[in-house]
Design a binder for this molecule. Structure first.
Ligand code: UDX
Length: 459
């Protein structure tokens, strides 16, 4: 562990939304900044800070602010709307106080890197004269859809059959983010997702956890409007090499992983024989969908490792464990990178949260996409039609992917003709991901440019 005080060149405060899919990419980005001589401090809520631990060897400090719910976090709020509104009111003040406190220390703050979900953080940064840096954990393609709706450039409600947005392939209405094709389903999310772009023109930097080759056209289109830089994939580089020993604790887990059980189970399985299944940290698939996936897995006759969060376990068919026996292992959380990097994994049946997609792409794992909501349908479109590293399992008219479709898609990817092409593409994208973050790669150069600006304050 590096205990010597380091001669930091600048200080960046990083403020993710307090959820699994947002904390880790920003934390990993902080690690990159630290490796380039910038002091990084992660900001989280007082409530969440009680259950998270930043590895001291990362040299990243942890500071807290209040979201107004110090005892119970989001669960204490009356609704998500209440949570977001209170967070804005209390968070603006406590974030400002934190920056003032740090400005009186040996390491004054040069930049506030804030999650796109908190556009109010830009005002805090502006008021205190630090660089305003918005960080998006969703891909640029999705950002551009929200931006177009927010600015009234894409008339709502969408009228089909296809939607045309600069830099993106033509999207069927059902391939746009769910809050766009069905705004009434989650009105609060609709507002928060569009508000990400309300003051983007004032941001000094716009960072996205993607890389240039992944979404070339849309990145170039957006970079003409803002100082947009892709800095991803924020997947620890050692995983990209499949050298996984020694860094099991690569980030922050809001759930308790059962890593050793997963890895010893995977060790006993042949190469590329296991389907890894996860719906991420937020999605709550319908009971019917969980059952269809369960029986689809059984019908495929593949080995499977399925992450079913504690609260979701009751959705599994009662006799599922007996019916599948040695074929499957269900755990409530795992170290996903470690699992995806394992040679026994042949395919990832994923909800297509952007972190999961990036991780699979970076590790060369073919995907079966079963998107549920939010940005996931658009991410799935890219998996199938742009990167061609997987296929989307088509839902029926009730929005459920049936067991026959699950089985067919798994067979196609694991054993079929299409699987050969998908595996070739997966290998190609693994290489491109690594190139982007390796020294001199597009993302690495973008991070260098950002660091130079932090040091020189050239804005
Ligand atoms: C959310 C949204 O759903 C997603 O669409 C958005 O782009 C980011 O925020 P989430 O649904 O949790 O995130 O999915 P995802 O983006 O895939 O993030 C999940 C993270 O949890 C990944 O980094 C994954 O590696 C990790 N994970 C998941 C584990 O470490 N262990 C697990 O068992 C499951």
């Amino acid at each position: 562990m590096d205990k010597e005080p380091r001669p930091w060149s600048a200080h960046a405060l990083a403020f993710p939304y307090p959820a699994q899919g947002h904390i880790n990419p920003i934390l990993q980005f902080c690690k990159r900044l630290v490796s380039k001589g910038v002091k990084a401090t992660l900001v989280t809520t007082r409530f969440l800070s009680k259950s998270i631990h930043v590895d001291p060897s990362s040299n990243i400090d942890l500071e807290t602010i209040s979201d107004g719910f110090d005892e119970g976090g989001q669960a204490q709020a009356e609704s998500w709307e209440d949570y977001i509104a209170t967070f804005k009111a209390v968070g603006s003040e406590t974030l400002g106080n934190l920056i003032n406190k740090l400005n009186d220390s040996d390491h004054p703050v040069n930049a506030l890197i804030y999650d796109g979900s908190f556009p109010w953080a830009l005002d805090v940064a502006k008021q205190l004269g630090v660089l305003k840096v918005v960080f998006f954990t969703q891909p640029c393609s999705v950002c551009n859809v929200y931006y177009h709706v927010q600015r009234g450039l894409l008339p709502m409600p969408l009228s089909g059959p296809v939607v045309s947005i600069p830099g993106l392939p033509l999207l069927k209405v059902s391939e746009t983010p769910s809050m766009i094709y069905d705004p009434s389903s989650y009105p609060a999310f609709y507002d928060v997702l569009l508000d990400q772009f309300i003051n983007i023109d004032e941001a000094d930097w716009v960072l996205d956890n993607s890389f240039h080759k992944m979404e070339e056209e849309v990145v170039d289109w957006m970079a003409k409007r803002w100082r947009l830089r892709t800095i991803g994939p924020t997947v620890p580089s050692m995983y990209l090499d499949k050298r996984i020993e020694g860094d099991r604790n690569y980030g922050i887990n809001l759930f308790k992983p059962n890593s050793s059980a997963c890895i010893s189970w995977l060790q006993s399985k042949p190469i590329a024989s296991v389907v890894y299944v996860s719906f991420g940290s937020v999605v709550e698939p319908r009971v019917e969908q969980m059952r269809e996936v369960a029986w689809g897995l059984k019908r495929s006759n593949c080995y499977f490792l399925w992450v079913v969060r504690e609260a979701e376990l009751s959705k599994l068919p009662e006799n599922f464990a007996e019916e599948t026996g040695e074929k499957g292992l269900v755990v409530t959380w795992c170290s996903q990178l470690e699992v995806l990097a394992h040679e026994a994994i042949g395919c990832f049946l994923t909800h297509c949260g952007f972190n999961s997609v990036l991780e699979a792409l970076s590790l060369g794992v073919p995907m079966v996409a079963v998107p549920q909501w939010s940005d996931q349908p658009t991410n799935a479109k890219y998996v199938e039609d742009v990167w061609k590293t997987g296929i989307r399992a088509k839902p029926d008219e009730e929005g459920i992917v049936r067991r026959e479709v699950v089985e067919l898609c798994l067979r196609e990817v694991m054993e079929g003709e299409k699987g050969i092409e998908i595996r070739d593409n997966a290998r190609k994208w693994k290489k491109l991901s690594k190139e982007a973050i390796d020294e001199g790669g597009t993302s690495d150069k973008n991070i260098d440019e950002f660091v130079a600006a932090l040091i020189g304050q050239t804005i």
